[in-house]
Design a protein around this ligand. Sequence first.
Ligand SMILES: Cc1ncc(COP(=O)(O)O)c(C=O)c1O
Length: 433
Amino acid sequence: MFPTLPLITPSSGYKVNSASVAYTVIVISNRTAGLNLFLPNMSHSSAKPATLAIHADNTVNKVADVAPPIHLSTTYRYPDDPNLLTPAAKFKGDIHDVDFVYPRLASPNSTRFETILTSLLKGNALAYGSGLAALNAALVLLNPQRISVGENYHGCHGVIDIFKKISGLQKLGLDCAPEDLQAGDVIFLETPLNPHGTAFDIDHYAKKAHSRGAFLIVDSTFGPPGIQNPFEWGADIVMHSGSKYFGGHSDLLCGVLATNRKDWFTQLYSERVYLGNNMGNLESWLGVRSLRTLELRVQRASQNATNIVSFLNSALTESNPAPGSDAAAIQTVLSEINHASLQTEAFVKKQMPNGYGPVFSISLKNAEYAKRFPSKLQFFHHATSLGGVESLIEWRSMSDERVDARLLRVSVGVENWEDLRDDFVGAFRALIA
Ligand SMILES: Cc1ncc(COP(=O)(O)O)c(C=O)c1O
């Protein structure tokens, strides 16, 4: 029924040619009936993120295809050999070592996606059906009595409010006194912060949490790998709405948790089986394809955003601009810009050494300007969400009632930044025409 290839144990060293390239024998799941593949034995630890995004999943590639196939099956055959049948096998804490049984446990496309994310995030990663599903899983895991949280994405407050109802979880402000926190509590920090794009000091909040035996979860959605690594500054769990930069093309919903605690990872995996909030194979396939270009997209979009912010800020702060100039038009309409690139605190540059992220916000002189501004733009879709290759702008009142009606959130894409800049200038002029 299946091609018969020699069975070689995973530990076998295998020299294949005169160049003595070391190859690891990957014994493809017993369940795929003895199909073995030989994949390069790469040392992932020294490879850089751009390389890992393309090769980290080689070790879980179970087929000869260069481009990953899409697996749609929701059930997988057990081994033909009765000696290989292990009743109710337990998860061993290694996503490289799972036998596919049923997709609420694990499935091939999401395992590849998680394997790449594990190397990029520098923490063991699990994928969920959405960012909010991932936050829900993190709170189920830690079950804190108190959570200290800032403005954060409004949907995350929705998840916390559900926990308030179920467990009596108490919500504290982000800058509550350290003494208000107790062992097992959580500080939930979002940085850069939605919708402003401003950065918060992860190290500060990690120390505060740990001084009380509490834990720090960082929602790093606006600061994907390549922009920041929250583990470096003491985060215990890193969370992402993968619907943003990991998907990168505005076509998939997903969430991610990463942790370096093996006990937590194993528990998260086990609880996901029953929460049932897994990421589907089709989305995971899109996710793998998108992660290949994560660094390129994020670097380009982040640089574009910083260029536009710098241009707008120069125009806004220019003294006595000539009547009819771009700066004069901008000063008539614009009142404020927020972005990590404009922050002067020392931690910002250390925490975000390669760029400040592709999202910024602007406040206009009045709410009517803010409501009309998106309609004057050609290269920005007026839509919610962020992280795609295409630039988006949102009059934030459309989706978040907490936000001042003069505020617009801008998610910069990978277009030519000067085209985007000129589009902005044209829109400022059109508003006052
Ligand atoms: C910062 C942040 N966290 C979490 C989420 C929720 O993610 P999802 O929409 O994938 O559930 C979002 C969504 O916009 C977000 O912006």
